[in-house]
Design a protein around this ligand. Structure first.
Ligand SMILES: Cc1cc2nc3c(=O)[nH]c(=O)nc-3n(C[C@H](O)[C@H](O)[C@H](O)COP(=O)(O)OP(=O)(O)OC[C@H]3O[C@@H](n4cnc5c(N)ncnc54)[C@H](O)[C@@H]3O)c2cc1C
Length: 407
């Protein structure tokens, strides 16, 4: 068994693998191109879902030897679900539906919690390090291409902690927007599953929408965002390198909830190196069926606009009424039933493109879709004012850590 393990990327998947391996006594070196873990993000809130398995994800983490107490998280049982016609309903769970964590380089961020876990387990992390991927055993370098982007604004607010999730094809083409407020800091984010020239336009309009429905007293701090890379490779181990997290295309095609896949795949890669399992087999058994189902759901979502979104929102609430549990709908969404399974050949053919990546891997990748006619509309007066407000805040030194060109 190899004693020294090199990992490319000190994000969630790489650090999860590093912690497990270092705890088992391996000499672990993690090579990170950026200055610090979490530097890819800039203080944005993300949700760790609790619906792709019957087990609570934090319990799963503890069973693997990871410590969720190392970073700040806020558990939520209830959200505002905003339908495309602005009706707001409340899916709720009897347990934890998801947890909100912060991404970035501050001490309480999940990335820094994972860094502390890896270091205290004995892993060596080399920041601002550029190494040849061929010299690494695990590739955990995050997304390369864009299949979709998310763009958000972080602001001060006096609104209590809250999460709202909006299905709206105009404000978030093909996708959804969300509002997350934790301890006086808010994030309004819009996700674009269809490529647009000026994504700021969508964010301004989305902020305008939330401002007119919630008392936010918003004071902008910065704008953040990032890309998601969705693909299904033929193999997850290629030329002796194990691909984890988004570097391996392990992302949720439907909503972009990739953190759980990243951490889980990092753990599986470590266990496979320790000869406790076979990575290729485990990923294909545990994660790929969920990802395939999310791709089928994405295919269906790409075919509908707001009418379809309204149907989904109504169905979700009816399901909750029947079962007394809002999370069962989300669990069902990720379960591959016969109807959705039967669509897989069509999804593969019409939504995914075969591609040979630079490193020689063959993948079925979801390209960034082009815009539709309905994506062109005149911004509202309020959205223009919000854009102006951001220009002023930006000129006075506020950071924009993401732009159209990043995608
Ligand atoms: C705006 C936004 C919002 C999101 N919201 C959610 C959410 O709410 N819930 C959720 O579950 N997921 C969300 N995601 C997805 C989630 O962030 C990712 O799926 C997850 O971080 C992937 O983890 P990873 O380990 O693969 O990559 P990362 O955590 O990004 O880590 C990859 C690391 O590799 C480094 N790296 C890159 N190239 C190299 C190189 N050549 N050499 C060395 N190091 C390199 C990077 O700097 C980075 O530190 C969101 C993503 C974005 C962009």
């Amino acid at each position: 068994m190899k004693e020294r393990i090199d990992i490319l990327g000190a994000g969630l998947s790489g650090l999860a693998a590093a912690t497990i391996l270092a705890k088992a006594g391996k000499e672990v070196h993690v090579h990170e191109i950026r200055k610090d873990s979490g530097a890819r993000f800039d203080g944005d809130f993300q949700g760790i879902e609790n619906w792709t398995s019957e087990n609570d994800f934090f319990d799963e983490m503890r069973n693997w030897g990871l410590e969720p107490e190392e970073f700040k998280s806020n558990a939520f049982e209830i959200i505002d679900l905003i339908h495309p016609d602005d009706v707001i309903t409340n899916p709720k769970s009897n347990g934890t539906a998801f947890r909100v964590v912060e991404r970035g380089t501050d001490e309480h961020c999940i990335d820094q919690g994972f860094k502390r876990m890896a270091i205290s387990a004995g892993a060596n992390i080399h920041y601002e390090a550029r190494v040849n991927p061929d010299d690494c055993d695990i590739i955990a370098a995050g997304p390369k291409d864009s299949s979709a982007i998310a763009f958000g604004e972080i602001f001060h607010t006096d609104h209590p902690n809250h999460v709202a999730f909006q299905l709206n094809d105009k404000l978030a083409p093909g996708a959804y927007s969300y509002l997350i407020i934790i301890d006086g800091v808010g994030l309004i984010c819009t996700c674009l599953w269809r490529k647009q020239k000026k994504s700021g336009r969508y964010l301004n309009e989305t902020i305008a929408w939330y401002e007119s429905h919630y008392k936010l007293n918003r004071i902008p701090i910065k704008r953040v965002g990032g890309k998601g890379d969705f693909s299904l490779p033929k193999k997850y181990i290629h030329e002796n390198k194990i691909y984890v997290g988004e570097a391996g295309g392990l992302q949720d095609f439907m909503w972009g909830f990739g953190m759980r896949y990243a951490i889980t795949s990092g753990v599986l890669a470590a266990q496979s190196i320790l000869k406790e399992c076979d990575y290729e087999v485990e990923v294909k058994k545990k994660l790929v069926p969920l990802i395939k189902t999310s791709a089928i759901n994405r295919f269906l979502m790409n075919r509908v606009g707001d009418k379809g979104f309204k149907f989904v929102a109504k169905y979700w609430m009816r399901d909750q009424e029947k079962k007394g549990e809002g999370l069962s709908f989300m669990k069902w969404v990720y379960q591959p039933g016969i109807f959705r399974k039967s669509l897989w050949p069509l999804v593969k053919l019409s939504m995914l493109r075969k591609k040979k990546l630079q490193d020689g891997r063959l993948v079925h990748r979801m390209p960034f879709r082009g815009p539709l006619k309905r994506d062109i509309w005149e911004p509202s007066v309020k959205a223009n004012e919000i854009g102006e407000q951001w220009n002023i805040v930006r000129k006075s030194g506020a950071k924009l850590s993401f732009s159209d060109s990043d995608s």
